[in-house]
Write a protein that binds this ligand. Structure first.
Ligand SMILES: Cc1ncc(COP(=O)(O)O)c(C=O)c1O
Length: 303
């Protein structure tokens, strides 16, 4: 099981555009939950590790890209909780290892690489069987950590927000975190997901996740796909500038893949008058800062 997490305080930030548009913006600092299993990763792994324990499994196996926050977190969680970990990494091995994979290896994660073609088979039962033939017993955690146990973990976030609010915002990849927030709020308030990926498929994914979780249909949520900046892990100079300015002003670090895009989107929506006057908005800081290390050179960011 995961050790108890640190506090993830909810803090208010200030900016003249909030005043002008009569809204208040708060950040739930989930990035502070744990030094290595931060943000939504801690939430997603909490009940998965309990379940792995209950089943008597000794090994966790999961999937991810070479810079994956999820791979990093599973490696750390395995180390902390006494599980062996196996990471199936998309693409070829590149040496020297990047900071994410170097960390995973230092946590004793066993790394195996799959061609992009084979990696796409990761949902197919026959392929999972082959992985069992190769690695023996393991508890499988899907890519991004999203399953019903993860959603349950994410429902708990909303109970830990100690202030009154109207809207909660989160960055979205698989949609698991958003599904947890929606289920946790159970029809109350409003939930906005900011997609880190190009395309409009996420709404359907989140609906599927919610159906699989509690079969309920909620109407108080939406996904905004206007701030992906070209797609997953793609960036533009205005995003990098926004992140630099935000960090300088608020001393709260962001990453360019998830939280940077979400905050950019929130600011744009505030400026456009999207939120009703008097709205109290909570933005979830889902962590992901480990990836900045690997992007530092490429993007000139990360502190
Ligand atoms: C830092 C960070 N924020 C947000 C997300 C999106 O979470 P989800 O996959 O649950 O939509 C991820 C992805 O896994 C992430 O690493």
């Amino acid at each position: 099981m995961l050790k108890e997490a640190h506090q993830a305080p909810t803090v208010e930030i200030f900016d003249p555009i909030f005043e002008k548009n009569q809204v208040r913006l708060f950040i739930k600092r989930e990035d502070l939950l744990h030094p290595d299993i931060s943000g939504n990763k801690w939430r997603k792994l909490k009940y998965n590790l309990k379940e792995a324990n209950r089943r008597g499994e000794k090994t966790l196996l999961t999937f991810g890209g070479a810079y994956s926050n999820h791979i990093y977190a599973v490696a750390a969680a395995g180390k902390e909780s006494g599980f062996k970990t196996i990471g199936i990494i998309r693409g070829e091995e590149h040496l020297p290892l990047n900071p994410t994979l170097k960390f995973a290896k230092n946590c004793d994660m066993e790394l195996h690489y799959l061609s992009r073609g084979d990696y796409r088979k990761k949902h197919i039962p026959k392929f999972i069987e082959q992985l069992h033939d190769k690695f023996g017993d393991f508890y499988l955690i899907p890519e991004g950590g999203t399953n019903n146990f993860a959603i349950k973990g994410c429902t708990e976030i909303v109970d830990e927000i100690p202030i009154a609010f109207d809207v909660i915002c989160s960055a979205c990849g698989t949609g698991g975190t958003l599904a947890g927030l929606i289920a946790g709020l159970n029809g109350e308030k409003k939930v906005i997901g900011f997609s880190a990926l190009k395309g409009d498929f996420l709404r359907g994914e989140v609906e599927k996740l919610l159906t699989g979780y509690n079969k309920k249909i909620y109407k108080n949520w939406t996904i905004n796909s206007d701030f992906h900046f070209g797609g997953y892990a793609k960036v533009k100079p205005e995003l990098i500038l926004f992140i630099h300015t935000f960090v300088d002003k608020h001393q709260i670090p962001l990453d360019p893949i998830y939280t940077g895009k979400m905050f950019y989107g929130i600011y744009e929506l505030i400026k456009s008058g999207y939120f009703k006057e008097g709205s109290r908005i909570v933005a979830l800081h889902t962590g992901g800062l480990q990836g900045n290390e690997g992007m530092k050179e490429k993007l000139g960011i990360g502190n």
